[in-house]
Write a protein that binds this ligand. Sequence first.
Ligand SMILES: C[S@@+](CC[C@H](N)C(=O)[O-])C[C@H]1O[C@@H](n2cnc3c(N)ncnc32)[C@H](O)[C@@H]1O
Length: 231
Amino acid sequence: MAGRLYGVGVGPGDPDLLTLKAIRCVEAADVIAYPVKAPGEKGTALEIVMQRADLSQKETVELIFGMNADDKARKSDYGRAVAALSAILDGGKSVAVITLGDVSLYSTYMRLNADMEARGYKTAVIPGVASFCSGAAEARMPLTIGEEGLAVVSMNGDPEEIRAAVESFDNIVLMKAGGHMGEVVKLLGDAGLKEKATIVSNIGMDGQYVGPVDEERQYGYFTTVIVKKGE
Ligand SMILES: C[S@@+](CC[C@H](N)C(=O)[O-])C[C@H]1O[C@@H](n2cnc3c(N)ncnc32)[C@H](O)[C@@H]1O
């Protein structure tokens, strides 16, 4: 019988934010698969898990998802991941694919999950703490209060849709903001919201920053902006 595939959210960085269910699943799985941008990388999700689970005797497999803009390259990375997971599951082993934060937010895993289910494999998804929830906790701010709404958008998305979300929602989470800080500053400046923005960067990791927009600062990939118009 084929093994089961698990998608496991491991939280944003602090290993104490791994759930008991995530740790149990990783410890019980035959194989741990983890996403990397290039072969040989350790991968942030794996580094988090290794701090709370003993993986020394565990078979691990890297799933390479290069940050390639080229559609063909992305499809071939994805195809290789499907083939690698299928081969392990067909051998009767279970696989836990670990992903940063929560599995349902901007993670390739959910696409994999749908495809693997369509191929007849049994799956399960274990949620994790989302990076922006952890960032809001560090900033001591509510993401929503009363009847407010919340928009979550990617800074890699359509600029007009991002602008519309910023204009119409009470609270906005701008994800994947690290490489787009110039655009973020312009967007917030145009909307008169620069003072209403909090940067949450490298939450639970080395170099954590929680504070106002500081244009002199360099922000890395793990950067999210929370804009709160109300209290
Ligand atoms: C591909 S998405 C993954 C989101 C993840 N699944 C989650 O639940 O947060 C990557 C983006 O998530 C945000 N992110 C992930 N980890 C973060 C952290 N530790 N601190 C701040 N932002 C983070 C950043 O906006 C980053 O560009």
